[in-house]
Design a protein around this ligand. Structure first.
Ligand code: GLC
Length: 536
């Protein structure tokens, strides 16, 4: 069967802290997920992706791993994960974990050992150390603070970080290693080779336990100075080597990069591209920047917004570029993720989201539903900095990480803890959406999402393998899938009209078809079997 299954995936991202708390400590856990598998299965998704759930001091919400081979005690045990994987598999759901490949926590024993040493390890350093602050070299300051961190000692000098100061970069070597800076190990130096082996060991451990693969955090951050010089060729090569090793022992396992895989001219190492929520291709569609704007982001009006001032061009160009030469490669497009806002934020209400959701599940992408988006949970502004959620002024990730809203009980059914002990506050709005309230309401977002995923799963023409032909790229957006289905979407408040010979309606809202024209009210949408489906 190999990795073909990824093309038919409908993913569901779970931020483990916030999904379901089974032991009343205010933080979600694996038992909570096991208890809610029926909900996940009811959506029609077939892959769960967990954010890191390994031992960690949680300076960066678990992206600072202190033991790759142990589930963080607050989430449960390795046995719980094995049980979860087994029970999910019984329901036809695979589990992906998050592999933090480029850095560890400062609390990882590997780092503690090198910190305690008075010089480089004879077997090769796992981290990158230098005694003087380098003049030349890696200067990508993440996430807006200097890349080199003064060692707290005993070891003298500085270490290179990958994200926060508490996330030291693992040493995978440098391009352009030279005698003037002897601490720049070559890619095949002993330290880098140890780390390559460690990646295999970690991956094998969890695959043996039954997981189906990994989303790889900051996948292209491994070999240093690459983005300044050779365009990631060596990092891609590293992953290609790992992919070949996987192929021999674990041919069904997938590796998904955090973002798009750079094209280096050779064959690709990962099994998909991911259109990141914070990057332009995705943001130009959905991000109205009510949740904040990063320094690299242009002010922009997104396409799927009531104002109707956006453009699909940035997305369509990025899509065409990613497809170029790789027409069958899955591209993952998510409703939202743990790093930015949700679809439902600012003045955008859940009942305006139909067109965005239809797009996300009928375009040729692998869709990824962020937990809570199935009920239209809101991005909550102004929350405190929890576990490193604020990594840039004006950029607070806490608002998209709030507890799942299950029912009308205390803490929305997320936890029995005192509200002061919750991981993050729950949406205080009296009309906050919940699973229970929407469960039997045919007009609810939950019913909408279930129906949409069921339609997609039953209709190969709406999946990733079928062709996609855009016939109108403005308002309305219209495209033909598999030369048999027409999708017409009007995400703005103002009506829109398209001259097209639509076929039989399969699912419409706010749509009138008359005399070769499809008229859409504000927020209207239609899925038709297409007759000829050419815009006249
Ligand atoms: C990725 C993760 C983000 C994390 C960062 C550092 O971007 O998505 O949540 O903070 O890597 O590991």
């Amino acid at each position: 069967m190999g990795r073909e299954w990824l093309a038919d995936a409908v993913m569901y991202e779970i931020y483990p802290q916030s999904f379901a708390d089974s032991n009343g400590d205010g933080i979600g856990d694996l038992r909570g997920v096991i208890d809610r598998l029926h909900h996940i299965a009811s959506l029609g998704v077939n892959v769960i992706w967990f954010n890191p759930c390994f031992a960690s001091p949680f300076v960066d919400a678990g992206y600072d791993v202190s033991d790759y081979l142990s589930i963080a005690p607050r989430y449960g045990s390795n046995d719980d994960l094995a049980e979860l994987v087994g029970k999910a598999r019984e329901r036809g759901i695979r589990v992906l974990l998050d592999l933090v490949a480029g850095h560890t926590s400062i609390e990882h024993p590997w780092f503690q050992k090198e910190l305690a040493a008075d010089g480089p390890a004879p077997e090769g350093d796992r981290y990158i150390w230098c005694e003087e602050l380098p003049v030349r070299s890696w200067t990508r300051d993440m996430p807006g603070t200097p890349a080199w961190v003064r060692s707290p000692g005993p070891r003298k000098g500085y270490y290179l970080k990958n994200f926060y100061d508490e996330q030291p970069a693992l040493n995978f070597g440098w391009v352009g290693a030279g005698p003037d800076e002897p601490w720049r190990d070559p890619i095949d130096g002993p330290g880098p080779l140890r780390n390559r082996q460690a990646l295999r060991d970690i991956i094998a451990y969890w695959l043996d336990l039954g997981v189906a693969g990994f989303r790889v955090d900051m996948a292209f951050s491994l070999v240093k100075d690459e983005e300044l010089t050779q365009g990631y060729a060596e990092t891609v090569e590293l992953w290609r080597e790992l992919r070949a090793w996987l192929e021999a022992g674990y041919p069904d396992a997938v590796l998904i990069p955090e973002g798009g895989e750079p094209r280096t001219g050779g064959s690709l190492a990962f099994d998909a591209d991911f259109f990141l929520v914070i990057k332009d291709a995705h943001a130009s569609l959905f991000n109205n920047q009510y949740a904040g704007r990063l320094p690299f982001q242009e002010p922009r009006e997104p396409f799927f917004d009531a104002e109707g001032k956006g453009s699909t061009r940035p997305f369509l160009d990025a899509w065409a570029a990613a497809r170029d030469g790789h027409p069958d490669r899955p591209i993952i497009l998510a409703t939202a993720d743990h790093d930015f806002d949700r679809l439902c934020c600012g003045p955008r209400t859940a009942d305006q989201l139909g067109t965005a959701l239809i797009f996300l599940f009928t375009w040729g992408n692998v869709p990824c539903l962020y937990y809570g988006d199935e009920i239209g949970m809101r991005y909550l502004p102004g929350l405190p900095n929890v576990e490193g959620s604020i990594c840039n002024p004006g950029y607070n990730r806490a608002g998209c990480r709030t507890p799942m809203q299950w029912d009308a009980g205390p803490n929305a059914g997320f936890s029995t803890a005192d509200p002061s002990r919750l991981y993050l506050p729950i949406d205080p709005a009296p009309d906050r959406p919940t699973v229970a309230a929407q469960e039997h309401d045919p007009e609810s977002t939950l019913a909408f999402v279930r129906k949409l995923i069921a339609l997609r799963n039953a209709t190969p023409a709406l999946g990733t393998r079928a062709s996609t032909r855009v016939i109108s790229e403005g308002y309305p957006l219209a495209y033909v899938r598999g030369e048999s289905h027409l999708v017409v979407l009007n995400p703005r408040r103002e009506p829109a009209t398209l001259t097209v010979d639509a076929g039989e309606p399969i699912w419409t809202s706010g749509v009138t078809v008359q005399d070769g024209e499809v008229k859409l009210d504000g927020f209207g949408y239609g899925i038709f079997t297409s007759r000829s489906a050419d815009a006249a």
